[in-house]
Design a protein around this ligand. Structure first.
Ligand SMILES: [Zn+2]
Ligand SMILES: [Zn+2]
Length: 162
Protein backbone atom coordinates (compact mmCIF):
# COMPACT_ATOMS: atom_id res chain seq x y z
CA UNK A 1 0.00 0.00 0.00
CA UNK A 2 1.68 3.28 -1.12
CA UNK A 3 2.12 6.00 1.49
CA UNK A 4 0.15 8.61 -0.40
CA UNK A 5 -3.09 6.65 -0.24
CA UNK A 6 -5.86 7.43 2.20
CA UNK A 7 -9.09 5.51 2.66
CA UNK A 8 -12.19 7.53 3.51
CA UNK A 9 -13.19 6.57 7.06
CA UNK A 10 -16.82 7.11 6.21
CA UNK A 11 -17.40 5.32 2.90
CA UNK A 12 -14.17 3.43 2.21
CA UNK A 13 -13.34 5.28 -1.00
CA UNK A 14 -9.67 5.52 -1.97
CA UNK A 15 -8.33 9.09 -1.78
CA UNK A 16 -4.99 10.86 -1.74
CA UNK A 17 -3.54 11.90 1.62
CA UNK A 18 -3.99 15.53 0.61
CA UNK A 19 -7.77 15.15 0.52
CA UNK A 20 -9.54 17.34 3.07
CA UNK A 21 -12.99 16.03 2.22
CA UNK A 22 -14.08 12.84 0.53
CA UNK A 23 -15.30 13.61 -3.02
CA UNK A 24 -17.61 10.59 -2.86
CA UNK A 25 -19.47 11.13 0.43
CA UNK A 26 -18.39 14.68 1.32
CA UNK A 27 -17.29 13.93 4.89
CA UNK A 28 -13.89 14.48 6.49
CA UNK A 29 -12.12 11.20 5.61
CA UNK A 30 -10.10 11.26 8.86
CA UNK A 31 -12.97 11.88 11.23
CA UNK A 32 -15.28 8.96 10.56
CA UNK A 33 -14.19 5.52 11.73
CA UNK A 34 -16.36 3.14 9.75
CA UNK A 35 -13.28 2.15 7.71
CA UNK A 36 -9.58 2.04 8.54
CA UNK A 37 -8.05 5.06 6.79
CA UNK A 38 -4.89 3.07 6.02
CA UNK A 39 -6.02 -0.33 4.76
CA UNK A 40 -9.75 0.20 4.25
CA UNK A 41 -10.79 -2.56 6.63
CA UNK A 42 -14.39 -2.00 7.82
CA UNK A 43 -14.39 -1.14 11.54
CA UNK A 44 -17.24 -2.85 13.34
CA UNK A 45 -16.36 -1.80 16.91
CA UNK A 46 -17.06 1.95 17.27
CA UNK A 47 -14.83 2.10 20.38
CA UNK A 48 -11.82 0.53 18.67
CA UNK A 49 -8.68 2.65 18.96
CA UNK A 50 -6.69 0.75 16.36
CA UNK A 51 -7.33 -1.23 13.22
CA UNK A 52 -7.45 -4.97 13.92
CA UNK A 53 -6.08 -5.75 10.46
CA UNK A 54 -3.13 -3.37 10.00
CA UNK A 55 -2.72 -1.90 13.50
CA UNK A 56 -3.10 1.71 12.40
CA UNK A 57 -4.45 3.97 15.11
CA UNK A 58 -8.00 5.21 14.53
CA UNK A 59 -7.34 8.70 15.76
CA UNK A 60 -10.65 9.98 14.52
CA UNK A 61 -12.59 7.82 16.96
CA UNK A 62 -11.91 9.74 20.18
CA UNK A 63 -11.85 13.16 18.55
CA UNK A 64 -15.05 12.61 16.61
CA UNK A 65 -16.93 11.75 19.77
CA UNK A 66 -16.03 14.94 21.61
CA UNK A 67 -12.54 14.60 23.00
CA UNK A 68 -12.31 11.35 24.97
CA UNK A 69 -11.82 13.06 28.35
CA UNK A 70 -15.49 13.44 29.18
CA UNK A 71 -16.33 9.93 28.02
CA UNK A 72 -13.25 7.97 28.88
CA UNK A 73 -12.49 6.80 32.38
CA UNK A 74 -10.94 9.44 34.57
CA UNK A 75 -7.69 8.64 36.32
CA UNK A 76 -8.79 7.92 39.93
CA UNK A 77 -5.80 9.77 41.39
CA UNK A 78 -6.49 12.84 39.26
CA UNK A 79 -10.18 12.80 40.26
CA UNK A 80 -9.14 12.50 43.91
CA UNK A 81 -6.81 15.49 43.62
CA UNK A 82 -9.59 17.52 41.97
CA UNK A 83 -11.93 16.64 44.84
CA UNK A 84 -9.23 17.63 47.31
CA UNK A 85 -9.02 21.12 45.80
CA UNK A 86 -12.69 21.62 44.95
CA UNK A 87 -14.58 19.19 47.20
CA UNK A 88 -16.75 16.75 45.27
CA UNK A 89 -15.86 17.99 41.78
CA UNK A 90 -13.82 14.87 41.07
CA UNK A 91 -17.05 12.87 41.29
CA UNK A 92 -18.26 14.68 38.20
CA UNK A 93 -15.49 13.03 36.21
CA UNK A 94 -15.84 9.67 37.90
CA UNK A 95 -19.56 9.12 37.78
CA UNK A 96 -21.46 8.13 34.63
CA UNK A 97 -23.65 10.55 32.71
CA UNK A 98 -26.82 9.92 34.76
CA UNK A 99 -25.11 10.77 38.06
CA UNK A 100 -23.32 13.93 36.94
CA UNK A 101 -26.12 16.14 38.28
CA UNK A 102 -25.63 14.48 41.67
CA UNK A 103 -21.90 15.22 41.49
CA UNK A 104 -22.60 18.90 40.82
CA UNK A 105 -25.05 18.92 43.74
CA UNK A 106 -22.40 17.37 46.03
CA UNK A 107 -19.87 19.98 44.91
CA UNK A 108 -22.29 22.86 45.55
CA UNK A 109 -23.26 21.49 48.97
CA UNK A 110 -19.63 20.92 49.97
CA UNK A 111 -18.57 24.36 48.77
CA UNK A 112 -21.47 25.83 50.75
CA UNK A 113 -20.25 23.87 53.79
CA UNK A 114 -16.82 25.40 53.17
CA UNK A 115 -18.29 28.90 53.09
CA UNK A 116 -20.42 28.35 56.19
CA UNK A 117 -17.42 26.98 58.05
CA UNK A 118 -15.38 30.05 57.17
CA UNK A 119 -18.16 32.47 58.19
CA UNK A 120 -18.90 30.63 61.44
CA UNK A 121 -15.17 30.38 62.06
CA UNK A 122 -14.70 34.14 61.67
CA UNK A 123 -17.65 34.91 63.96
CA UNK A 124 -16.54 32.41 66.59
CA UNK A 125 -12.89 33.38 66.39
CA UNK A 126 -13.72 36.02 69.00
CA UNK A 127 -14.10 33.11 71.32
CA UNK A 128 -11.00 31.26 70.13
CA UNK A 129 -13.11 28.13 69.63
CA UNK A 130 -13.86 29.48 66.17
CA UNK A 131 -10.36 28.54 65.11
CA UNK A 132 -11.42 24.92 65.34
CA UNK A 133 -13.84 25.60 62.48
CA UNK A 134 -10.93 26.25 60.15
CA UNK A 135 -9.66 22.78 60.83
CA UNK A 136 -12.97 21.49 59.48
CA UNK A 137 -12.18 22.71 55.96
CA UNK A 138 -9.29 20.33 55.29
CA UNK A 139 -11.42 17.60 56.82
CA UNK A 140 -14.25 18.35 54.35
CA UNK A 141 -11.83 18.37 51.43
CA UNK A 142 -10.05 15.23 52.54
CA UNK A 143 -13.37 13.46 53.09
CA UNK A 144 -14.54 14.46 49.61
CA UNK A 145 -11.25 13.27 48.12
CA UNK A 146 -11.44 9.90 49.84
CA UNK A 147 -15.07 9.48 48.79
CA UNK A 148 -14.14 10.34 45.19
CA UNK A 149 -11.29 7.83 45.24
CA UNK A 150 -13.64 5.16 46.52
CA UNK A 151 -16.24 5.92 43.85
CA UNK A 152 -13.54 5.94 41.17
CA UNK A 153 -12.41 2.51 42.32
CA UNK A 154 -16.00 1.26 42.15
CA UNK A 155 -16.31 2.55 38.58
CA UNK A 156 -12.98 1.16 37.40
CA UNK A 157 -13.36 -2.08 39.33
CA UNK A 158 -10.35 -1.42 41.53
CA UNK A 159 -9.88 -1.96 45.27
CA UNK A 160 -12.18 0.27 47.32
CA UNK A 161 -11.20 1.90 50.60
CA UNK A 162 -14.49 1.42 52.40
ZN1 LIG B 1 -16.21 9.04 1.69
ZN1 LIG C 1 -6.12 -0.94 8.86
Amino acid sequence: MPEDKLICGNCGAELTTAARACPKCGSDPRKAVKFCTVCGEPITNPNAIMCTKCGASLKGSAAARGGGGAHGEMDPILATVISLIIPGLGLYFVWPEDKKTMAILYTVVLLAADAVTVVVGIILSFFLIGLCCFFLIPVIHLGAALYTYNEAMKVTGGKTLF
